[in-house]
Design a protein around this ligand. Structure first.
Ligand code: FPP
Length: 253
C-alpha cells in the first residue's frame, strides 16, 4: 500500500467533510519559480483542479467549491485575465466527458454574465449537461465575491419589501441564506487555502461562519492528493463546538 492509500485508509469515513471549499492560491509564484509566465502557472493549476475533483468524488465529499476567479481578479493585467477566461472554458470542455463518467454535477456561482461569451457558453453547456448527475457537486466560483453576493441578496430582499411583498421583520437568517448564490448548499465544513497566505479574500464570508480553516504553504500546482488527505485528517482532529462548550459537545447536548 502506498503512502496515499495508507492515509486514506486512516480516515474516519463517518466524519468526512460534506462540503470542502478551496482557495487555489500560488499559481503565479509557482510559475515564477520555474521561470515561466504566470499563465503557465494557471494552466498547471488546472491539473490540480482535475486531481482534487477526482479525489473528492472518490472520498465521497458531496460538495467541492473552488474559487476560480474573483470579482477583484478582473483588475489583473488584461492578458492574464484573457488567459484565465480561455483556460476555464477550455478546461471545462475537456473535462466534461470524465465529469459525466464520474457523475459530477457542475454548478456555477458568481456574476456569470461577465464571463466572455465563448467560455460562458462552455460553462453553461457543462452545467446543463451534468444537471442530472447525483455524485459530487462541483461549485465553480467565477466572477464571484462574497460582498457582491451579500449585496445582491440585500437588494433582492429590499426590492420585495419595497413592493410590499415582504415584511422586513420576517427576514430570518434562513431567508437571507436562501437569497445567496449558495442557496440549498450546506455551509462548508472545511476551507482549504493553498499558497501560504492566511486570509479569506472575500470568499464565502456568510457561509464559513463555522467552517474549519486549513492553511498550507504549498502552492496550488503542487497541492498533492496526500496534502489534501492531510487536510481532511487535520479536520477530523478538530472539535466543532458551534459556540457550545466542549462538555456539551461530548454529551451530545
Ligand atoms: C490564484 O493564484 C489563482 C487564481 C487567481 C486562479 C485560479 C484558477 C485556476 C487554478 C484555473 C481554474 C480552472 C478551472 C477549471 C476551475 P495567483 O495567481 O494569485 O498566485 P500568486 O499568489 O502566486 O500570484
Amino acid at each position: 500500500m502506498d503512502e496515499l492509500q495508507k492515509k486514506i485508509s486512516s480516515l474516519d469515513h463517518n466524519r468526512m467533510p460534506v462540503h470542502v471549499a478551496m482557495i487555489m492560491d500560488g499559481n503565479g509564484r509557482w510559475a515564477k519559480r520555474q521561470g515561466f509566465a504566470r499563465s503557465d502557472g494557471h494552466a498547471e493549476g488546472v491539473s490540480t483542479v482535475h486531481r482534487v475533483t477526482k479525489l473528492s468524488s472518490d472520498l465521497g465529499v458531496k460538495y467541492l467549491t473552488l474559487y476560480a476567479f474573483s470579482t477583484e481578479n478582473w483588475n489583473r493585467p488584461a492578458d492574464e485575465v484573457d488567459t484565465l477566461m480561455y483556460l476555464i472554458g477550455w478546461a471545462i470542455e475537456r473535462e466534461l466527458p470524465e465529469l459525466l463518467e464520474n457523475n459530477v454535477r457542475i454548478h456555477l456561482l458568481g456574476d456569470i454574465d461577465r464571463i466572455p461569451e465563448e467560455s460562458r457558453k462552455k460553462l453553461l453547456y457543462a452545467r446543463d449537461s451534468t444537471a442530472h448527475c447525483t455524485g459530487l457537486q462541483l461549485n465553480m466560483c467565477l466572477s464571484y465575491s462574497s460582498r457582491w453576493e451579500i449585496t445582491e441578496a440585500a437588494r433582492r430582499l429590499a426590492r420585495k419589501a419595497a413592493a410590499g411583498e415582504l415584511d422586513p421583520d420576517s427576514i430570518s437568517e434562513e431567508m437571507f441564506a436562501d437569497n445567496l448564490t449558495t442557496a440549498g448548499i450546506p455551509d462548508p465544513d472545511l476551507l482549504i487555502r493553498t499558497g501560504g497566505e492566511e486570509r479569506i479574500s472575500n470568499y464565502l464570508l456568510w457561509q464559513i461562519a463555522y467552517s474549519e480553516l486549513y492553511f498550507t504553504p504549498v502552492l496550488w500546482p503542487d497541492f498533492s492528493d496526500e496534502e489534501y488527505v492531510d487536510a481532511i485528517i487535520d479536520f477530523q482532529s478538530r472539535e466543532r463546538r458551534y459556540g457550545k462548550t466542549s462538555e456539551q459537545v461530548q454529551n451530545n447536548e
